[in-house]
Ligand binder design. Structure first.
Ligand SMILES: [Ca+2]
Ligand SMILES: [Ca+2]
Ligand SMILES: [Ca+2]
Length: 291
């Protein structure tokens, strides 16, 4: 057997082993009836608007402890709404130690901070999707993914900026371990037009990675970058999109986080198999757009 054939076989084998390791979950995907609002929403990190009082509350579940060391649970809830402008999300995060240092957007190590995250796969193809992470300092990292995580495909595309409007309210003291903190809240408006072909058309290179990656990105055509797959923006009543909500809570001296999500993912009995697990949209929930 020549080396090339062997390496092709080896990669096929590793893909199928990976596929087995993350076999489909038995449960039906969770659904969230996301309500429309035409109320004027003030993005200030506070859920004072009447619409928030009517939006169903999701209680997030602790799924994984990356170091294997369990932190005490901290309650996280999330609510979502949609409007003509975009997707509105409100996170409420209990937190004894609010820790965040990154102030520069699109930091590759954003998950080292206390943060909340949104994953969206509008056409539910499991291939291209977007990720938005915002830390407790209100620093955003927004990323376009064009390949499913198990293919080791193209790198995340950080040049994509969603134009999300966000605000945080911290009840406690950031980066101070001498006193107990209470919570932080995050309210944001993720605009629909960030996923339009016009918005994608300005992307050329992510300016990140080695020369080979740069060449690759330079060869990508704007019309190849499509997360909507023909879905309308704003969505229509009755449309369904794949999504997940996530939170990283850090609070240990060693900076160890607990990862909580809305929809479950294959977490290996509480162990953290891989960062990539949360990227498998097969396991995400479904947003059902209603009136
Ligand atoms: Ca508000
Ligand atoms: Ca970005
Ligand atoms: Ca924390």
């Amino acid at each position: 057997m020549n080396t090339t054939r062997f390496s092709i076989l080896a990669s096929l084998l590793s893909i199928s082993i990976l596929a087995m390791a993350v076999a489909a979950p038995a449960e039906v995907p969770v659904e969230y009836q996301i309500h429309f609002t035409d109320e004027e929403m003030t993005i200030d990190g506070r859920a004072d608007e009447k619409s928030w009082s009517l939006a169903p509350l999701i209680k997030m579940v602790d799924r994984a402890y990356p170091s294997g060391k369990k932190l005490s649970p901290s309650i996280t809830t999330v609510q979502a709404l949609w409007s003509a402008q975009g997707l509105l999300v409100f996170f409420q995060c209990e937190d004894e130690d609010i820790l965040a240092t990154f102030t520069e957007r699109d930091n590759i190590r954003f998950y080292k901070d206390d943060d909340v995250e949104l994953f969206l796969d509008p056409d539910m193809d499991g291939t291209s999707y977007v990720q938005l992470a915002i830390n407790a300092l209100n620093t955003q990292t927004d990323v376009l993914h064009l390949d499913p995580p198990w293919t080791n495909g193209r790198p995340a595309f950080r040049d994509w900026d969603s134009g999300t409007e966000s605000a945080v309210v911290v009840s406690g003291s950031l980066e101070d371990r001498t006193d107990p903190d209470e919570s932080w809240t995050m309210e944001f408006l993720f605009p629909w037009n960030s996923m339009s072909q016009a918005a994608m058309g300005v992307l050329v290179s992510d300016g990140y990675g080695d020369a080979e990656e740069e060449d690759f990105w330079a060869s990508v055509q704007a019309d190849e970058i499509d997360v909507l797959g023909g879905r309308s923006i704003p969505p229509k009543v009755g449309d369904k999109w794949k999504a997940n909500f996530m939170r990283f809570d850090h609070g240990d001296e060693e900076g160890i986080g607990v990862l909580s999500t809305w929809s479950p993912f294959p977490d290996g009995d509480g162990r953290f198999i891989s960062n990539n697990c949360v990227h498998y949209s097969t396991y995400w929930g479904v947003l059902v757009f209603v009136e």
